[in-house]
Design a protein around this ligand. Structure first.
Ligand code: HGY
Ligand code: MN
Ligand code: MN
Length: 404
């Protein structure tokens, strides 16, 4: 499975993945998902919001146990973020069949669309739409860098955007959603465990800072006569690091767009995107407010105009204790048999579809050790033995939740 998926959407130069929502790479990944599901006799459907579901048993019965993740990536992302959860779900089903497990609840394996928001800027579009956390109007307003709207992109990929909307009936039929994901940090590497359980997801968001100045000639314009938005952008990036360090949070400007983007032209506009996350809401608010204040003070001093727009936001997610503890009990002494201690329960700063769905459905997450903690990079990696331990753990969980 892994080898078949590996080449899809992979950029030969960077070795990273460019599996953006509703592109050809996404279509290839969706075809791979369908083939894997049909090869296992699962009934495949694409829901109104473009999420794929592969069913064993009656999709309309209550109490379904659902697992899966996403297949889309960030620009030049790694091979594991998302796909490890989907591949492990199919592998766990194969394991349960080898065990002769008898399913007493429907099981579904999912591929949630557009989790990374790499193309349209909003994370978890497929699960937010299904959970009613993104309105159809707001979804229709999403545009990519070329001005293509989400509905246009969906249509071009063969999915009817007219059907977009909340899916409460579908979510109400889910008894539990468990997402396995590569850890995007080194907590398990530090505790020496191959598998961990999620406790919470930090509140996090994305803010677009538009710095508007005055285009002019780089060679003939006196420094005193300039209204250069690049300077205010630079000061804001440094302020982001200062505010995050002060608060024990994180803040990143990882994406910037400059107009007209000429070497010998003072920019008219610099757009910078801030990703900031913190262990609690108050801290996050303080960090973002501090960054914005530093930006506004510098802008005022240099005659630059500033607009700040929050483009994506996920509040703090605390996974429900009942399912979390049930999973901990199911995994006692199995996935971490070599460590002799219970599976660690750890928080994360990374967002996930499970976080979005936790408002509507009992959800839990399993993490698989990432020895370097690197993610959102072609260098992202998990050892095969740890991935196998993740499959075993997921199979144990699904057997406990869905089988006699
Ligand atoms: O950005 C995130 O936390 C996730 O990878 N979408
Ligand atoms: Mn990711
Ligand atoms: Mn992910």
């Amino acid at each position: 499975m892994w080898r078949e998926l590996a080449p899809l959407g992979r950029n030969e130069d960077s070795g990273g993945y460019r599996r953006y929502a509703w592109t050809a790479a996404d279509t290839d990944c969706r075809a791979w998902f369908r083939a894997q599901a049909e090869a296992r006799g699962l009934a495949v459907e694409t829901d109104r919001n473009g999420n794929q579901w592969a069913w064993l048993g009656d999709p309309l019965a209550a109490g379904a146990v659902v697992t899966g993740s996403h297949l889309d990536s960030v620009p030049d992302g790694g091979a594991f973020d998302g796909p490890l959860g989907v591949v492990s779900s199919f592998a766990a089903l194969d394991e349960l069949r080898r065990r002769g497990a008898e399913f007493v609840r429907p099981l579904a394996i999912t591929n949630f669309g557009d989790e990374e928001g790499a193309r349209f800027g909003l994370a978890c579009v497929g699960s937010r739409l299904a959970a009613g956390q993104l309105t159809v109007e707001a979804a229709h307003r999403l545009r990519d860098a070329d001005g293509i709207t989400l509905p246009q992109a969906m249509e071009a990929a063969g999915h009817d955007p007219g059907a977009l909307g909340p899916d409460p009936e579908r979510l109400a039929r889910i008894g539990a959603f468990v997402e396995l994901h590569v850890e995007q940090g080194r907590a398990l590497d530090l505790t020496g465990d191959p598998v961990g359980i999620a406790s919470a997801i930090w509140p996090h968001g994305r803010w677009r800072f538009d710095f508007r100045g005055e285009a002019n000639h780089a060679g003939t314009t006196r420094l005193a006569d300039r209204r250069d938005p690049m300077l205010t952008y630079a000061e804001t990036v440094l302020a982001a690091r200062r505010e995050a360090e002060l608060a024990g949070a994180v803040a990143t400007f990882g994406k910037v767009a400059v107009e007209p983007n000429g070497v010998n032209a003072i920019p008219s506009l610099v757009r910078g995107w801030l990703d900031s996350r913190a262990a609690d809401q108050d801290t996050l608010d303080t960090v973002v407010a501090g960054i914005e204040q530093a930006a506004r003070e510098h802008a005022a001093r240099t005659g630059v105009d500033l607009d700040v727009v929050r483009e994506s936001f996920t509040p703090e997610i605390a996974f429900g204790h009942a399912l979390r503890d049930e999973i901990g009990a199911l995994l006692k002494g199995s996935a971490n048999r070599d460590t002799g201690h219970d599976i660690p329960v750890l928080g994360t700063g990374a967002g996930h579809d499970a976080g979005i769905l936790s408002a509507s459905v009992p959800t839990a997450m399993l993490f698989v050790r990432n020895p370097t903690g690197i993610s959102h990079s072609p260098a992202e990696h998990a050892d095969e033995n740890d991935c196998a331990a993740g499959v075993t753990a997921l199979a144990d969980v699904l057997e406990g939740l869905a089988c006699r």
